[in-house]
Design a protein around this ligand. Structure first.
Ligand code: AKG
Length: 418
């Protein structure tokens, strides 16, 4: 990576780009560029061998003007205070562009979970839940899964919170297992919105998704589900990658079989449906119709962006393009469906899960997917209206214009303390 990009600075520059088109005072824009508060804490747990180990952990509550703070908790060695601040800001504008009544938050622990046993991870997660307890709650802050966390961790947090609070409050957290109050469709939701948003973009650009070629960078939950669903829509997945490398077959391959291979061996590399082993950078710069970056921030910097040949990018990851990469792609007329819309399926179905928990009622998978589709299509339409109204070059700026205006309106409508 030739560019050293701080994700929090990326978020702030995205807000600045949109501010020029907004009827919002500079003082309010300044407020909307910073989190309301950030918890930084040190968690010490006993390892299985009896030694103690300390882990740094964060929770950023970026903005609560439109509802409870909402966003995932990730376990990754690259977690930092600035990364969590950026991710919580992206959550704020994500919940706003899809117009669900939630704010934005994000948390994380600096850890490579692969190096720890399940019982060590449980002790660590429960320790974090104890720290979070005073600041979370179904009307306060509602965490969810993110990179390297899932139903197991959410269930531990729910159990710790409910035990200490002596209550049942499943809506304190989303992304739970189905039997613990989770929602149908939540596991697939991020990948699903990524392809629904891509479908809308192809439609808007008058391009045919049927037979379009697709490359997917990152074959975790969001990436592989997006690959599976786009294949079901008639597109051809020709490349995929994970942290060990990439696979390429110009005639396409079965994305589910590639996932089975990854489950068995730990990587997509070596999959029999592949013609060629390629690098991650190759996957990002292949001559395809649609590129889906589905790994971490800053996957594409300006140098790599010069090499990108895709016509459309749908961002399953948060922050995969640096601002300089965005500028290069804008020059090249690549249509980028921004993360805050493309991957908003996760938080949208989390919202449905929270609603179901409060209703003490479960929706069918069909209903969840139908409602999700409506939300993504409406958000895409709002983006396009603003994109055209202001004659914008970059769909990301249009998404921020819509989202920031909604957050600013809620802030102003609340009035101020005398
Ligand atoms: C994200 O969209 O980046 C999330 O962290 C998901 C949040 C949620 O499901 O509440």
């Amino acid at each position: 990576m030739s560019e050293d990009t701080n994700p929090f600075e990326s978020l702030q520059s995205q807000i600045d780009d949109a501010a020029a088109y907004l009827d919002v005072g500079d003082d309010i824009i300044e407020r909307l560029k910073h989190p309301e508060r950030v918890l930084e804490t040190n968690l010490t747990i006993e390892r299985d061998d009896g030694d103690l180990e300390r882990f740094k952990a964060f929770r950023s509550q970026f903005n609560g003007d439109r509802g409870p703070y909402k966003g995932g908790i990730r376990y990754h060695p690259q977690v930092s205070r600035d990364e969590v601040k950026a991710l919580s800001g992206w959550m704020t504008y994500k919940t706003a562009i899809v117009d669900i009544p939630l704010g934005g938050g994000k948390g994380g622990i600096v850890i490579d979970p692969d190096d720890y046993s399940e019982s060590e991870l449980e002790r660590l997660t429960r320790s974090f839940a104890r720290e979070l307890r005073p600041m979370i709650g179904e009307d306060r802050d509602v965490p969810a899964p993110d990179v390297n966390t899932g139903q197991r961790e959410m269930n531990w947090i729910k159990d710790t919170y409910e035990t200490l609070e002596n209550t049942t409050e499943p809506g304190v957290i989303t992304g739970k297992a189905l039997d613990s109050g989770g929602s149908e469709g939540r596991v697939e939701a991020t990948g699903r919105s990524t392809v629904l948003a891509a479908r809308e973009a192809f439609d808007y650009l008058d391009k045919d998704l049927e037979g379009a070629t697709v490359a997917v960078q990152g074959y975790g939950n969001a990436g592989w589900i997006a690959a599976k669903l786009i294949d079901e829509m008639g597109a051809t997945v020709v490349a995929a990658s994970d942290s060990s490398g990439g696979i390429y077959n110009p005639d396409g391959f079965d994305p589910v079989a590639a996932k089975d291979h990854k489950n068995e061996t730990g990587s997509v590399v070596g999959f029999e449906g592949s013609e060629e082993t390629v690098t991650n950078a190759d996957v990002l710069t292949l001559d395809v119709d649609l590129l889906i970056p589905a790994a971490l921030e800053n996957a594409i910097d300006a140098d790599l962006a010069e090499e990108v040949k895709a016509d459309v990018i749908s961002e399953a990851a948060n922050g995969p393009l640096t601002p300089n990469a965005d500028a290069v792609l804008e020059e090249k007329d690549v249509f980028v469906v921004p993360d805050i819309l493309a991957n908003a399926g996760g938080v949208t179905v989390s919202y449905f899960e929270w609603v179901q928990n409060r209703q003490r009622f479960s929706w069918s998978e069909e209903r969840v997917n139908e409602e999700l589709e409506g939300v993504i299509v409406d958000a895409f339409d709002a983006l396009v209206d603003t994109y055209e109204e202001h004659d914008l070059e970059n769909p990301r700026t249009a998404a921020y214009v819509v989202a920031i205006q909604r957050v600013a309106d809620a802030f102003e409508e609340a009035g101020s303390w005398p």
